[in-house]
Design a protein around this ligand. Structure first.
Ligand SMILES: *Cc1c(COP(=O)(O)O)cnc(C)c1O
Length: 410
């Protein structure tokens, strides 16, 4: 039996507890949806205000030079690089995730012109599947996207596979894949490996260098707290720079953008993956959000994340035995920073819980998702969230008729 006081002691012992003060969170509300949209931090507000009031208002067009705006995509890439185990000069912040996947898939297919297959996972995020299909269809040669069950990867890997594209943490179940092992298998078959880190970056330690990953991309607005629609990032391993082409070239990826040349000539390094003007206000918000990660290690985040999810699972199983099916792996090695619970009336559960001040989300057809962001979620929050979940289930409030109609965003 876990008591609220036990949780309070865990908070007292938590060495990163003070980071919560950097966020603006609603009083009395428990936010367990930072895996979908991270909350706003004070540093983001400060940096956005600085860009608007100083760099834009006073500097005006001069700020492209004087405030270093042109270099922001690569500067923020270097700032983010340690979170994924990349080296300086291997990460760029730009666009949003689906666009970056298009760039990486399109470029990768040109590197393996003698191969005709892309392997991906049927449980992948739909946007990833749409964009990989679209890029394959435009490859200039027949390319088939094989949408397989990821457990059948070994059988599907042969010498016609150009690229394996997987999402490292399953957005529904929170299962984390074996990045090192799968990347090694893809390489053994002569294929390139592209990882989507949407639900990994800022949530779990990542080591693209040690795992020999070719390409990766991830979101800025989930665990990184960069703001709604924040710019995303892409990783291109050093060995592919100058080799991998950007299939969506634009003037700011040109080596001499202000020479207005008729022929495209890519810039060196990650700059070649810039297409158009950096979105400075959005980048400023992400810039501020990344400051927090300089005050904490990913190992500290991981340790607290596992403790939070362990606690949530234990409390749900203790207080609501048999009510939900645990979809997220119990094993630490394959669990990321969210817990997914299956319930036939999951949508109503999430809505009712939201009215009780606990924010999670719902993924069709029957998954209740709860994200645990160690930067601001406390152990007492986990305790209180489960107490409120018990109230929702015991009262059958989740069956209320007003939850029968779904909002556009679930
Ligand atoms: C959140 C998410 C996206 C979102 O992509 P955007 O283009 O940034 O809207 C894509 N893929 C996965 C796996 C995600 O979880």
């Amino acid at each position: 039996m876990i008591l609220r006081d036990d949780c309070r002691i865990m908070d007292d012992l938590d060495e990163i507890a003070s980071l919560r003060d950097e966020f603006r969170l609603n009083e009395g509300e428990i936010y367990l949806d930072g895996n979908s949209l991270g909350p706003v931090g004070e540093a983001s507000r400060r940096r956005v205000t600085e860009v608007i009031d100083v760099e834009w208002a006073r500097g005006l067009v001069r700020s492209w030079n004087s405030a270093g705006w042109m270099a922001e995509p690569t500067r923020l890439g270097d700032k983010l690089a340690p979170l994924i185990g990349a080296r300086p000069g291997e990460v760029l912040v730009a666009d949003t995730l689906t666009f970056l996947l298009a760039k990486l898939v399109g470029g990768a297919l040109e590197l393996k012109k003698d191969r005709h297959v892309v392997l991906t996972d049927v449980a992948n995020f739909h946007s990833d599947l749409y964009i990989v299909e679209a890029m394959a269809a435009r490859a200039g040669r027949p390319v088939t996207v094989k949408v397989i069950n990821r457990n059948a990867l070994d059988d599907a890997l042969d010498d016609d596979v150009a690229l394996v594209m997987l999402t490292h943490v399953d957005f529904r179940t929170g299962e984390m894949l074996d990045m090192a092992g799968i990347t090694k298998k893809a390489h053994a078959a002569g294929a390139l490996m592209l990882w989507d880190f949407a639900h990994s970056t800022g949530a779990v330690p990542l080591d693209v260098t040690g795992c020999d990953v070719d390409f990766a991309a991830g979101c800025g607005y989930k665990y990184l707290n960069g703001g709604p629609g924040a710019p995303a990032f892409l990783y291109v391993r050093e060995r592919w720079q100058g080799v991998l082409e950007n299939p969506l070239p634009g003037w700011l990826g040109h080596v001499r953008p202000f020479d207005f040349e008729l022929r495209y000539e890519p810039a060196e390094g990650m700059q070649a993956f810039v297409t158009s003007s950096p979105s400075m206000i959005a980048l400023a918000s992400l810039d501020g959000a990344l400051d927090l990660f300089e005050r904490v290690t990913m190992d500290q985040i991981r340790a607290k994340s596992l403790a939070l999810t362990d606690l949530f699972i234990a409390l749900v199983e203790d207080r609501l035995p048999g009510v939900f099916e645990l979809v997220t792996p119990r094993e630490h090695a394959t669990r990321a920073s969210q817990v997914a619970l299956r319930h036939a009336e999951g949508y109503g559960v999430i809505q009712a819980l939201s009215e009780r001040g606990v924010i999670g989300d719902f993924r069709s057809p029957d998954i209740c998702r709860f994200g645990f962001t160690p930067l601001y979620v406390r152990f007492v929050d986990v305790f209180d969230a489960v107490e409120r979940l018990v109230e929702v289930m015991d009262s059958r409030m989740y069956r209320d008729a007003r939850f029968a109609v779904r909002n556009p965003v679930t």
